[in-house]
Design a protein around this ligand. Structure first.
Ligand code: COA
Ligand code: MG
Length: 289
């Protein structure tokens, strides 16, 4: 599941110590913007230690590297991929070629070992990144790209647009990210909500992200995990409806039908597919908790 994905600055010892027990669906150990320049080496070493020890951490652990075409980023790739995170998160991706370069560097760092090459996530957070989405997704798909992450703070900064809680100024761009994720069979995670003391504001924005089609949200603070899990998890009403759709399509009288009537609403086989997907997801969730 990808409802809640918590950024943890790798150089923050307290945050790293508690990160695995907070109930997030996944963690991103951050080596990039969450660390000041003097913290980079300490952060990388802490991320390596975290991946080696993994004390009771059962969720997937990703590592966000520094920009892949910098010396720092390249050192991150070499040092981190051998520790086998669930994926590398590549910031400020602007071309599919950049993902190819990351993949090539991991391949060379892992040659001679039996370790698999970690998957990738691409952060889309620059104007060129947005304009190159199709190229990034198409090329990335062949390299183990799992999904796209909207880097909303950088995007607002780069576009010099207003930053408002309703995200009016970047809604079209968020839509492009989701459109491309869906077109290429990738996941899509929403950007962070900075004002972590505003719980109601977070819920409103998480619901908006879900309505737009995101699979989950990236988070900056432990207090955002539980509300993200609710906002991106299935509602009781959705579960009830999924069961009703599966039941109705199983009736003999509906066996050959494409569209059926349930309580005055039309449901098609695409809704049956979605209902099956939802219940399968719930079953996986139960078996892993
Ligand atoms: N992951 C894990 N634990 C975290 C955390 C995080 N992202 N953010 C805060 N915590 C911990 C704190 O260490 C603190 O632990 P303690 O009780 O043992 O002292 C507890 O949660 C409460 O934190 P709080 O005092 O409310 O906030 P703070 O002032 O310590 O931290 C931020 C606030 C914004 C600096 C911090 O949340 C943070 O660094 N977030 C991530 C930033 C980041 O990664 N940015 C880059 C991606 S956008
Ligand atoms: Mg960024």
């Amino acid at each position: 599941m990808h409802r809640s994905c918590l950024f943890v600055p790798a150089a923050n010892q307290k945050a790293m110590a508690k990160a695995g027990q907070l109930g997030a669906d996944s963690l991103i150990l951050d080596l990039e913007d969450g660390l000041a320049p003097p913290e980079k080496d300490i952060g990388r070493a802490a991320a390596i230690r975290f991946l080696r020890e993994r004390n009771d951490v059962s969720c997937p652990v990703y590592v966000r590297i520094n920009p892949a075409d910098t010396a720092l980023g390249q050192a991150d790739i070499r040092a981190i991929c051998t520790e086998q995170p669930a994926a590398l998160v590549v910031p400020k991706v602007e071309t599919g070629q950049q993902l190819q370069n990351v993949h090539d560097q991991m391949k060379s760092a892992l040659s001679g070992t039996r370790k698999p090459i970690p998957a990738l996530w691409a952060m889309i957070e620059t104007p060129i990144g947005l304009l190159s989405l199709a190229n990034i997704c198409r090329q990335g798909k062949a390299l183990g790209l799992r999904g796209l992450i909207a880097g909303t703070n950088d995007l607002v900064h780069e576009l010099r647009c207003a930053s408002s809680p309703d995200r009016q100024s970047i809604l079209a761009h968020l839509g492009q990210i989701i459109l491309h994720a869906r077109a290429f069979g990738l996941l899509a995670l929403d950007g962070v909500f900075n004002d972590f003391s505003d719980g109601d504001g977070f819920i409103t924005q998480a619901r908006q992200g879900r309505a737009l089609g995101f699979d989950g949200k990236t988070l900056i603070h432990p207090s955002q995990i539980a509300p993200a899990n609710v906002a991106f998890g299935p509602t009781e009403a959705a579960i009830k409806q999924a069961k009703a759709i599966i039941r109705a399509f199983s009736y003999q009288k509906n066996a050959g039908k494409g569209a059926i009537n349930i309580g005055g609403q039309m449901f098609e086989r695409m809704h049956l597919d979605a209902a099956n997907r939802l219940l399968a997801q719930l079953a996986t969730e139960k078996s892993t908790t």
